[in-house]
Design a binder for this molecule. Structure first.
Ligand SMILES: C[S@@+](CC[C@H](N)C(=O)[O-])C[C@H]1O[C@@H](n2cnc3c(N)ncnc32)[C@H](O)[C@@H]1O
Length: 262
């Protein structure tokens, strides 16, 4: 996504962001803390820090985190959580000299970037030991592209297509993250948490109803409302059970890509 679009969309999303996103598993935060301890990495730049959902608990556990983000709205929410070191900036041109931090950290950001490889490259420039990313690993088996927990997304996609808005909500964040892992293989991937989750299928529709995905769903509000209502009728009170796996990926160096324009 281009920087201006990011600013506009996440400024708007910031008002509903925390209430519509699943927090990271507590075991993932603890696991990340242990991972940093193991390597003796103490200074982290979180790129796309957002509302500080991850930076706050890391700071509480003694990690020195500086957060950078393109959206004033998201940064405002992070500041309200008392995070002391927040900077407005672009993931493609981080406002820090080379090697300023032990590592750069991306949490649910790489899949949003048009050019994730350039984000990784910038992260590796400012991170002495490279780049970390927290990712959701797919819960479905090899060769299956219809994970049960994505059913609400599929239903809304079909409803939007029937309303004249085809080809929306095609690849979810996990599919994009998997593509990034395949294209730019990290030096290490370590699973930090793995648990079975049961949730009502309607919960994801609640988030859609609050327009929590404006950055990918540029459809009129009334069209979305009707599509969500149609999806609710289909989903009813059914629940879905799946495994939630969160992992840390570590790129020790930047993937070999041309330098970004500066
Ligand atoms: C999905 S949110 C994730 C926020 C946080 N890491 C979390 O997990 O809660 C993505 C964040 O990345 C920021 N972002 C996306 N593209 C960016 C860019 N090119 N430069 C700076 N920030 C960017 C957005 O403003 C937003 O706050």
């Amino acid at each position: 996504m281009a920087s201006d679009d990011v600013r506009r969309d996440f400024d708007t999303l910031s008002t509903v962001y925390d209430e519509t996103r699943q927090p990271l598993e507590p075991a993932t935060i603890e696991g990340l803390r242990s991972y940093l301890d193991e390597h003796r990495w103490t200074t982290i730049l979180e790129v796309g820090v957002g509302t500080g959902r991850v930076a706050r608990p890391l700071v509480d556990r003694g990690v020195r985190v500086v957060g950078v983000d393109g959206s004033r709205g998201m940064l405002g929410r992070a500041a309200a959580k008392g995070l002391p070191y927040l900077v407005r900036g672009n993931a493609y041109r981080l406002p820090f000299p080379d090697g300023s931090f032990d590592a750069a950290l991306f949490v649910h950001v790489l899949h949003i970037l048009d050019r994730p490889e350039l984000g990784l490259r910038e992260g590796a420039r400012v991170g002495r030991h490279g780049v970390l990313a927290i990712l959701d690993l797919p819960s479905w088996g090899e060769g299956t592209d219809r994970p049960a927990e994505d059913e609400p997304r599929r239903i809304v996609r079909e409803a939007l297509a029937e309303a004249g808005y085809p080809n929306l909500l095609r690849a979810g964040p996990r599919a994009k993250e998997q593509e990034i892992l395949r294209t730019y293989p990290p030096a290490e991937i370590r699973v930090l948490s793995d648990r079975e989750v049961s949730e009502p299928l309607s919960r994801r529709l609640d988030a859609l109803e609050k327009r929590a995905y404006r950055h990918v769903l540029h459809v009129p509000a009334d069209v979305l409302t009707r599509a969500v209502a149609a999806a609710r009728a289909k989903v009813g009170t059914r629940t879905v059970t799946y495994r939630r796996n969160e992992a840390v990926a570590w790129w020790s160096d930047a993937p070999g890509v041309p330098a970004p324009p500066r």
